[in-house]
Write a protein that binds this ligand. Sequence first.
Ligand SMILES: [Zn+2]
Length: 564
Amino acid sequence: MKKILLSIAFASITILANAQECKKADEDAVARIKADIDYLASDALEGREAGTKGEQLAVEYLSKRMKEIGLKPMGTDEYKQPFGFSKNVMFSNQSILTVNKPSFKLNDDFYPIKYSANHVDIQGRTKWVGYGIDAPEKEYTDYKEVREAYMGKIFVMDISSPDGIHPHSAYLKYHDLNARLDLAKAKGAIGVILVNFDQTADAPSPQFKKIYSKGIPVVFAKGDMIKSLFYNKDVHHPCRIKVEMNETKATGYNVVGFIDNGAKHTVVVGAHFDHLGYGEEGSLYRGAEPMIHNGADDNASGTAALLEIATFIKEKTKKFKKNNYLFVAFSGEEKGLLGSNSFVKQTPISTTDMNYMINMDMVGRLDEDKKLAIAGVGTSPVWEETLNDIKCGGITIKTSQSGVGPSDHTSFYLQDVPAIHIFTGTHEDYHKPTDDAHKINFEGTAFVVAYIETIIKELNDEGKIEFTKTKDQDNESAPRFSVTLGVVPDYLYEEQGMRIDGITEGKPAHNAGLQKGDVVIQMGEIKVVDMMSYMKGLSAFKKGDKVMVKVKRGEEVIETEVTF
Ligand SMILES: [Zn+2]
């Protein structure tokens, strides 16, 4: 009992000592941080997009720096840990659609859609299945016949609905093509030809980056040729569908170094080093000429901070010896947390042996308020009290609970690792070519580094900290946004866009007539492809902004103006 009291007393003395320790930024640290950011955010690296030469240069630099610091290589190839990703999907002209005699022409007459299986070649008889909708509560079904009538057939399905595709359709909840294809497969379809006869629906997109295969070929056929074939819907035409698509694969690289103290648990410190290259997807730049997006704050700053923390811990190992330390510079974050997602699935240290994870993304713009946003404090009961005890360079903190957010800590939280995310706030250069090194507060970054070092030191004696699941919150409480849509996003939605799971009355989304189940695909000029792009997009708006928001409701696309 005494011993415990004693260690509590010592703990508070340590806190006081720490408070003094980070009143001044270490000049050498500031110089190193500046040198790292200056290089990573230079034009030579062309915006460090995953899968490009610029990324390679960054990987070489980071490997060299980790070696200098004395970190042990923990990638699969020295410090490098590769991961593959799909960059684009192109149709091969070996794809075939033949119904009865005529052969359709790829692109002009038909094309595979993202739900199609790849490398498949099937033959069978067609079966007209109307809209492919089964709505018992409306006493409506397109599947009236016995099961055998459908088994092994190639379904021909109209992508409209019994009363068309529009927001007031009585069949709204059945518009979703994804679900209709699942049903078709369950009914025995070996392939599906989609048609758009009443033209109220939008044709499925011929452009997609990833295949979401349903396990059977699915093609969209357009034009009069297909229409004339199904003038009589009772004819079962002989049919062949062959789908060949080429996925352009690319490789990205995480960079991984280790301090091995022979401890049971390992602390992970992470920051993504990739950025947007010359813009395009994810960029908020609207100029005509492609420009290098240097990403000094996003996230050369976090990467430099990572190297600095590694340097500090390596030098002062004694104070930190109760954990091992894994330093991971992630790539592919801007493409949807690709690097961290792959990392947690092939990590050199099992996630169950990870004590906690600290992520830094955009830590270079500490302003006069010295406010630091820390997300994910709900992932362990330990965070809140630890963070509140730290006095460092006048930094004040704003915390939020959720372990899910628009950066790499999310990948660790989803593996039950306590994970926090550190961020100095968004700004007008966010995701633009103007996010340059000369706008970085280098001394401020050094204070953020000192703050994080203090967290790590404080937790040295805590053993393995407890993990808790967090409630995924409404964006209102997330720190990086100055506005809210007033919705609960569906974090598990896997298709393109952000699906609304709930709506708060009286908030912007509700006022604009958005509904539960709507999928937000665009806000202003920002394309929303997933949760990350949604959250990043939202952070670009201010209170009072009027923004065009595009949502998919079933197969219908609706535009509406939202006032934040
Ligand atoms: Zn970032």
